[in-house]
Design a protein around this ligand. Structure first.
Ligand code: CP
Ligand code: NVA
Length: 309
């Protein structure tokens, strides 16, 4: 599929059409095959991507850095103590100055308004490497992993069990755009963002995906894909103990996997807290696609960078 994504920012799955997401995923699959065969492209020599991070990271940081290097370009990590976005200097000024040096910015932030500000005031593509509201790069890799395992997205049902957080929000948008049915199961009071839920349900009218939210764990029965994430996200450390009480019963364990479809796969964006949202035997068990999912961050983001930079 031919699309022109040059110069485009990616803050949300809803920023791209179904064809555009498919094009990213198809290129990601091609790049994965090429890498396995030992080939690489140096299409982005002379280009630099800034990694502007307000929060810690393993996967996002390393996969963007390696992706940029494997495209022939450079990545420059700017950690929380270096730039002080919005503290040492305003988001607007950081965006304006960075645009004079680099060809793109991948940002990991607290408030989603920070990535929006980087787009508003900067002149280069901005990629959302996680905000408190959304984690679209994660879900690109998730969609790639589901396609890899099932050969399709449409008609399958992904059930997310856990906290209604940034990953849950992005899964709903990703499903809505691409036709993957997504059900978000949370304890009462921990539902996904209401605005994102209604946006996803409206978008789903085009793809005919079913986007549902519930507090009933029985919704996980028969799932094609079982997905979970930490109960307390980065920045919620102070409420982690309190949340643990509320999430009793929401652990993705061997019983929950047994009640899913026989062919079901299990996904987790990582990092995992074993014994809380998932058990280690499930994460390392035969139905886990978690490690391929983590690897696919590299291929999916490399494809995204190749297309927008
Ligand atoms: N899944 C994910 O984004 O991992 P990191 O926080 O390690 O980047
Ligand atoms: N919801 C988690 C995802 C980590 C990759 C967080 O925001 O901390």
């Amino acid at each position: 599929m031919k699309v022109d994504l040059r110069g485009r920012s990616f803050l949300s799955l809803a920023d791209f059409t179904a064809d555009e997401i498919t094009a990213v995923l198809e290129l990601a699959e091609e790049l994965k095959r090429e890498r396995a065969a030992g080939a690489r492209r140096d299409t982005h020599a002379g280009k630099t991507l800034a990694l502007l991070f307000q929060k810690p990271s393993l996967r996002t940081r390393v996969s963007f850095d390696v992706a940029m290097h494997e495209l022939g370009g450079d990545a420059l990590y700017l950690g929380p103590d270096e730039v002080g976005v919005g503290k040492r200097e305003s988001v607007a000024d950081v965006a304006t100055v960075l645009s004079r040096y680099v060809h793109g910015v991948a940002a990991r932030v607290f408030g989603h308004d920070v990535v929006e500000g980087l787009v508003e005031y900067g002149d280069v593509p901005v990629i959302n490497g996680l905000s408190d509201l959304l984690h679209p790069c994660q879900v690109l890799a998730d969609l790639m992993t589901v396609r890899e395992r099932f050969g399709k997205l449409e008609g399958l049902t992904l059930v997310y069990v856990g906290d209604g957080n940034n990953v849950a929000n992005s899964l709903m948008l990703g499903g809505a755009v691409t036709g993957l049915n997504v059900t978000i199961v949370t304890p009462a009071g921990f539902e996904a963002d209401a605005g994102v839920t209604s946006r996803a349900q409206k978008l789903a009218a085009n793809s005919r995906a079913k986007i549902a939210v519930t507090n009933d764990l029985a919704a996980a029965n028969g799932a094609d894909v079982l997905y979970t994430d930490v109960w307390a996200s980065m920045g919620e450390e102070d409420v982690a103990a309190e949340k643990k009480q509320a999430f009793a019963g929401f652990t993705v364990d061997a019983d929950m996997v047994a009640a899913a479809a026989p062919h079901a796969i299990v996904l987790h964006c990582l990092p995992a807290h074993y014994g809380e949202e998932i058990t280690e035997d499930v994460a390392r068990g035969p139905q886990s696609a978690i490690w391929d999912e983590a690897e696919n961050r590299l291929h999916a983001q490399k494809a995204l960078l190749a297309l927008v930079l």
